[in-house]
Design a protein around this ligand. Structure first.
Ligand code: PGA
Length: 251
């Protein structure tokens, strides 16, 4: 059985005050004990959030890391080892906003994936097609290409310690959630693709859905056999919403 994971991607939102309030509210909610939970604050808040999460059972992750593992002359970058050092256990790699806004290529994302694992962090590899790609019938091909950039380069076993997040770009922040059937179809294709290389790895691999997940649609999405939780943006900034989504992932 795969243990569900619900991850809150806070993106570039929050202030010292609002983050403190959010975490205070979140830890007061009824949180499930059969679901892994994690939050991904902006870089400058990681340490403060780490302290506020103490004893909560909620893990800490970062939204990005440098391609280079060791410290060095890379102004503005943060290495996976530094993230590990301050208490992170996971890092997002290849979020579509970074692919689009920072021109991150599959090659760069693969190097970040390597750095994350080398530092002892769990990479959450984000993949997903644009609306144009979906309309052209290329959703599966696009997602496979993004996964193959890691899988074919590093081998299937790296997915023993990684998570894949399927986030159709057209569903992110748009209110247009993929239907449970649309999401399940891609999740099943992802698992089948990984299974071509190792059925065992594919069986254990957690595949999260992301894109306008909210309390109102989470249960239906998480009821799908190949959806193992969610990567939640907007709704993770609301303690009641996020905790309800976490509960929906449990039994
Ligand atoms: P959303 O974002 O839930 O606000 O659509 C998801 C994400 O980008 O990870």
């Amino acid at each position: 059985m795969r243990r569900p994971l619900v991850a809150g991607n806070w993106k570039m939102y929050g202030t010292c005050a609002s983050i403190k309030q959010l975490l205070n509210e979140l830890t007061e909610q009824d949180l499930p004990d059969d679901v892994d939970m994690a939050v991904f604050p902006g870089l400058i808040y990681l340490q403060a959030v780490d302290a506020l999460l103490a004893g909560s059972g909620i893990a800490l992750g970062a939204q990005d890391c440098a391609v280079q593992l060791e410290e060095g002359a890379m102004t503005g970058e943060t290495s996976a080892l530094q993230l590990k050092d301050i208490g992170c256990s996971a890092v997002l790699v290849g979020h579509s906003e970074r692919r689009q806004l920072q021109d991150e290529t599959d090659g760069v994302i693969c190097r970040k994936f390597i750095a994350a694992q080398a530092a002892g962090l769990t990479p959450i590899l984000c993949v997903g097609e644009s609306l144009a790609e979906r309309q052209a019938g290329q959703a599966v091909a696009k997602v496979q290409q993004q996964i193959d950039a890691v899988l074919l380069e590093l081998g299937v076993d790296v997915f023993n310690n990684a998570v894949i997040a399927y986030e159709p770009i057209w569903a992110i922040g748009s209110g247009l959630t993929a239907t449970p059937e649309q999401a399940q179809e891609i999740h099943a294709q992802i698992r089948a693709h990984v299974a071509k290389y190792s059925a065992t790895v594919a069986q254990g691999l957690r595949i999260l859905y992301g894109g306008s997940v909210k309390a109102a649609n989470a249960a239906e999405l998480f009821a799908q056999v190949d959806i193992d939780g969610g990567l939640v943006g907007g709704a993770s900034l609301n303690a009641k919403e996020f905790s309800a989504i976490c509960r929906a992932a449990g039994n």
